[in-house]
Design a binder for this molecule. Structure first.
Ligand code: HEC
Length: 187
């Protein structure tokens, strides 16, 4: 049973490893951040244009959208690293003292994901289904935030058995990705 759980967490890690194309996306997003600053500096003149862009359902790529997509991918990437650590702790490969910090970090990542997906910004590897059924998608994000919070409570007490009992429900990474994330581009 526990090994199933760990396999689940591990698989998540592997699945997300093959993303060399991402580095390019990341650096191009960073290059564009100064543009965002310039745009914001001129906001009194360009405010109307910006607002129109941000609210259009399928807006053309804009520096602001790129920055948000970059940010949500960073949050997810951190979630993967933290989940890997949690998997190692549950497997006894890493010390259990890290349980409070890592379960708290996962709960924070889930809250951040929930927050950032309130903004409907198509792009990245988010499938159009996430926007077409945004309420349902956000319902899953809310459950993710709630359940990781519960797991973090057990984690804060160093309760390994409690975390183990909650981990499958708390980390619905694969279920959500299967429905709402596009496959990685072959590199
Ligand atoms: C409710 C949905 C949902 C949940 C839960 C979820 N993710 Fe994601 N995740 C996504 C979506 C959508 C994307 C695509 C983001 C984009 O590129 O726009 C994504 C992308 C990712 C990526 C790729 C990020 C990148 O650099 O491009 C990783 C890694 C990832 N998720 C890990 C996780 C892990 C680990 C968990 C669980 C602890 C998790 N996710 C939970 C929806 C979810």
């Amino acid at each position: 049973m526990l090994s199933n759980r760990l396999a689940n967490v591990d698989k998540q890690g592997q699945e997300c490893d093959t993303m060399s194309h991402k580095k390019e996306e990341a650096s191009s997003a960073m290059l564009r951040i100064p543009f965002l600053v310039l745009l914001l500096a001129g906001a009194s003149l360009t405010g109307a244009i910006l607002t129109a862009r941000a609210s259009a359902a399928d807006a053309p790529p804009s520096p602001m959208a790129d920055a948000i997509i970059f940010e949500r991918q960073e949050i997810m990437g951190q979630l993967r690293r933290d989940s890997d650590v949690l998997g190692d702790i549950l497997a006894g490969v890493q010390p259990a003292e890290r349980l409070p910090a890592v379960t708290a970090a996962i709960a924070q990542g889930a809250r951040d994901s929930l927050d950032i997906y309130r903004q409907r910004i198509p792009g990245g590897r988010t499938r159009s289904e996430a926007w077409a059924e945004h309420e349902k998608f956000m319902g899953q994000m809310e459950a993710f935030a709630r359940n990781t919070e519960l797991m973090a409570k057990a984690g804060s007490k160093g309760d390994l058995a409690g975390v183990t009992a909650l981990v499958v429900e708390a980390l619905p990474c694969k279920q959500c990705h299967d429905r709402y994330r596009l496959p990685a581009k072959p590199s």
